[in-house]
Design a protein around this ligand. Structure first.
Ligand code: PLP
Length: 255
């Protein structure tokens, strides 16, 4: 059986982000995706209307049902929604120290909608940060997690908070013609990748990138290999993204 990534993520009914993004990206990476669903969100390509989080008990029961059933090599988390779910994931990871872990510190949707109380989530993420193999914040999340505006200093603070590796994604920076992502392992800058900035907004790009990285790590890639492969794959997926209604974010074409 293919190496499996167990995702802790929420359902997005539009299919652009959340657990559907995870399943599709992990499938494309060559691994198998299993899901412990953290929340059911109500949203479309334009806006988030609300969500209902899974209970801690239900979340852990889903994860524990598959943990000895599938060849899980890696855990990936996206939207967690509540501090209770963050605590449940920390408990699960502590019980399974062999699992690699990709932490996508989702705070808000790309459309700007709330996926949980930001201040509460930021505090609770502190318990997950030292457990992660890699953290994949965009620059908004990096600043929120550390309270520091300068990106270099914020990354160093995240490492001081226990992060082993960080991929800083530059999509929210004011660079009109390009996007720069930087990979750190410890405080060492390992790589800096620049790609042309594609026009428009994309729904689920962060979920897709983190999940593809998790899929490649599950199959034995090193961190720089997994990140490089995922960035190349994501660019193609976004280049071919499809536009829904006028004003909606584009849907990555992951197949
Ligand atoms: N997870 C869920 C369930 C979501 O609905 C979203 C955004 O809408 C995200 C994660 C984060 O999405 P993105 O990859 O666009 O940051």
């Amino acid at each position: 059986m293919r190496a499996t990534v167990l995702c802790f993520s929420g359902l997005d009914p539009s299919g652009g982000a959340g657990l559907q993004a995870d399943i599709e990206a992990i499938g494309q990476s060559g691994a198998h995706a299993a899901i412990a669903c953290t929340a059911l969100t109500i949203q479309n390509s334009q806006q988030v209307f609300g969500f209902e989080a899974t209970s801690q008990t239900l979340l852990l029961a889903q994860a524990n049902a598959v943990v000895n059933d599938l060849p899980i090599r890696c855990v990936k988390s996206g939207m967690l929604g509540t501090t209770e779910n963050i605590a449940a994931l920390a408990q699960f990871l502590t019980a399974h120290p062999d699992f690699l872990y990709v932490l996508d510190p989702v705070l808000v949707a790309n459309s700007g909608g709330s996926l949980g109380d930001q201040a509460t989530l930021v505090k609770a993420f502190a318990t997950l940060i030292p457990l992660a193999t890699i953290i994949t914040p965009n620059t908004v999340e990096l600043r929120a997690l550390t309270g520091i505006d300068d990106l270099q200093q914020a990354t160093e603070k995240l490492i001081d908070m226990g992060a082993k590796a960080v991929l800083v994604k530059g999509g929210h920076e004011d660079t009109p013609d390009h996007i720069k992502n930087t990979l750190y392992i410890g405080k060492d800058k390992i790589s800096e990748t620049t790609c042309p900035r594609l026009e428009g907004e994309y729904h689920g790009s962060g979920c897709s990138l983190a999940s593809f990285i998790a899929g490649r790590l599950a199959q034995g890639d090193t961190l720089p290999q997994a990140v490089n492969f995922a960035e190349t794959w994501l660019f193609g997926v976004l280049e071919h993204a499809e536009s829904p209604v006028l004003g909606g974010q584009k849907m990555p074409k992951r197949f």
